[in-house]
Design a protein around this ligand. Structure first.
Ligand SMILES: *Cc1c(COP(=O)(O)O)cnc(C)c1O
Length: 342
């Protein structure tokens, strides 16, 4: 929490990835929603409840979570983004929608702090104002965007996130720990809801009382590895300063690569480089899939395909602590070789 400048108003726990972090946080949100209508969903199931979940461009894992939680992927209410160049929610449209439809009803809102395609951020502080007027749970998927908190130049993107009810953060991305590591934070005032959601009840030989704290009763898994250990070691080894360097370095390199794409005759940016992700397309006479296959086959660089604004594209995401400007220069020559070998 200190690394992210978050106040001690949250409790946290480790899970395998942000998919599970989103799932777990939304499970607590679901239990909160039931409580608003005097129903205990974990005890009685979803009986005649239609549970509104609102977002603009949620990560696929949010939809998967809705599916796993019995809320239904198709029930997500989608609010338009600011423009077709942006993945951030149009707050004015969101406000109007809520005013018309949810004036007196509870609802769940899922915000993005760093979308996977273009690292776009919803205007978090502005959306948080809704909490003064409406009865809502606000969850933030901050899988990698949370790390903007380490950068003095970019931390403003997270303004207001301390007001969230829950936050999901990946540790195996920008924190650079081995795979299967993420965490989620929930406000301390929601602790009882979280306990009711995940308690491992009716087992006499395992402690399951609220008073006897055990992570088994506030997280989805019972048996689990000590995921906090690699995180602790990494934090001890690099500290706040180390992560400030890693994050700023990734962002600088993404900007550098973005400038290269902007100037190149073979490529075009599909979106502004907002943080550490460069989303671009091939404009040279070369098929995107074929280009990517050749590039990744070199074993020296790995980029992933995407679609953005109805166009086929490529995303280059910068998170690794070892990446330097030399690697970026190597990438320039690799991709130009591929284009010119056509
Ligand atoms: C990667 C990512 C996820 C899913 O995380 P996993 O660790 O793969 O489960 C969710 N949301 C965003 C924004 C992500 O970038």
């Amino acid at each position: 929490m200190d690394l992210f400048n978050l106040p001690r108003t949250f409790t946290g726990g480790f899970v395998t990835g942000t998919t599970m972090a989103n799932f777990s946080a939304l499970a607590v949100a679901r239990q909160w929603f039931g409580t608003q209508l005097e129903q205990d969903i974990t005890a009685d199931g979803l009986i005649n409840l239609s549970l509104p979940v609102i977002s603009a461009t949620p990560h696929s894992s949010v939809l998967k979570s809705l599916a796993m939680l019995g809320l239904g992927r198709n029930n997500l209410i989608t609010i338009p983004t600011l423009s077709n160049q942006r993945e951030a929610i149009d707050v004015a449209k969101l406000k109007l929608f809520i005013e018309y439809n949810f004036q007196h009803q509870p609802f769940i809102l899922v915000l993005n702090a760093g979308t996977a395609n273009t690292a776009d951020f919803d205007a978090i502080a502005e959306v948080m104002e809704l909490k003064h007027t409406y009865n809502c749970w606000i969850h933030i998927d901050a899988a990698f965007g949370a790390f903007a908190a380490c950068s003095s130049q970019y931390q403003h993107l997270l303004n207001g996130w301390e007001m969230a009810d829950s936050i999901a953060i990946d540790c195996h991305k920008w924190l650079n720990v081995p795979y299967e590591n993420a965490c989620f934070f929930t406000r301390k005032e929601h602790f009882k809801l979280q306990f009711n959601q995940f308690k491992n009840s009716n087992v006499p030989y395992l402690e399951n009382q609220l008073e006897n704290f055990n992570f088994m009763n506030i997280l989805p898994e019972n048996s689990r590895r000590l995921k906090a250990l690699p995180v602790l070691f990494s934090l001890l080894a690099y500290g706040r300063e180390g992560y400030r360097y890693i994050v700023d370095n990734s962002i600088d390199l993404a900007q550098e690569f973005g400038n290269y794409i902007r100037k190149s005759r073979y490529f075009e940016l599909l979106a502004e480089v907002r943080l550490n992700i460069v989303c671009f397309k091939v404009t040279a006479a070369c098929d995107t899939a074929e280009f990517l296959q050749k590039l990744n086959k070199t074993g020296l660089v790995f980029m992933t395909p995407t679609t953005f604004n109805h166009e086929k594209g490529i995303r280059a995401a910068f998170v690794n602590w070892r990446t330097t400007i030399e690697d970026i220069k190597l990438v320039y020559s690799l991709i130009e070789n591929i284009i010119n070998s056509k």
